[in-house]
Design a protein. Sequence first.
Length: 288
Amino acid sequence: MTVRETIRRETPNLTASERKIANAVLADYPYGALQTIQELAERSGVSAPSITRFVSKIGFAGYQEFQRQLIGELREGSRSPLDLKATERLSRSDFVADYARRSAAIVSSMASAVSQEQFDRIVALLSDQSRAVFLLGGRISDTIARLLSQHLRQIRPRIHHLPANQEDWPDHVMSMRRQDVVVLFDFRRYQPDIAKLAERVAVNRRATVILVTDKWMSPIARHSDHVVALPIENDTAWDTALCAVAFIEALIVKVSEADWPSTKARIETWETVRLSPPTMKNGDGTDA
């Protein structure tokens, strides 16, 4: 369990002062708690002894142990396939069946990673056609962003997938308005260029930023309004995208249902203007 998850679990048991500390830590996680205890106390508006009691209450022997856990999480976020290979645990004799069982367990765990309330808020943002939606992912995760953008385009207008070339980003950023939504995908190992883009969007355009990441948290979380932290570990050298795909498929279903008559009309129109609409073939090869 990460420090973030531990704090959220213990939130109902915290005093008012301890909640101030928790909020300060989570607001700039994990970097906010890598300061000295005096700096965190000043930022939280509490005393240094209050922070000592807080870290003890959530299960740490002291502030140093608390920080060591956070540093360990940062290291986890930078692990490569070569690092992960050393800890691989899969059956070699029954690989496919073992992999399928692990995959099913990972997808099942997604329910505890994404609350229904958080999911509903994101669906509401993506369904609001007064908001333009901009999407982008990292070197690998951009394929997931593209899958979501392709489906959203069929459901509603004003969906923009940012190009891979950074030199083309300013044109898109300049068109963003405060009510618009930017959906970013970034899993370990995180991409600094997308984090810089998120910062510019948050500071200069004030658009709503939705981040889809893993439990170790992309630095983009510092500039995000909504953070979805999904399971990605499957005990192989390669992190899994199963939960990310399942999550966006769930979004696609609910966004399309938010205004089904509008979605239906758009898909029908979409089909009529396609250059090569699909056709059914008779047994003799002629169009049905």
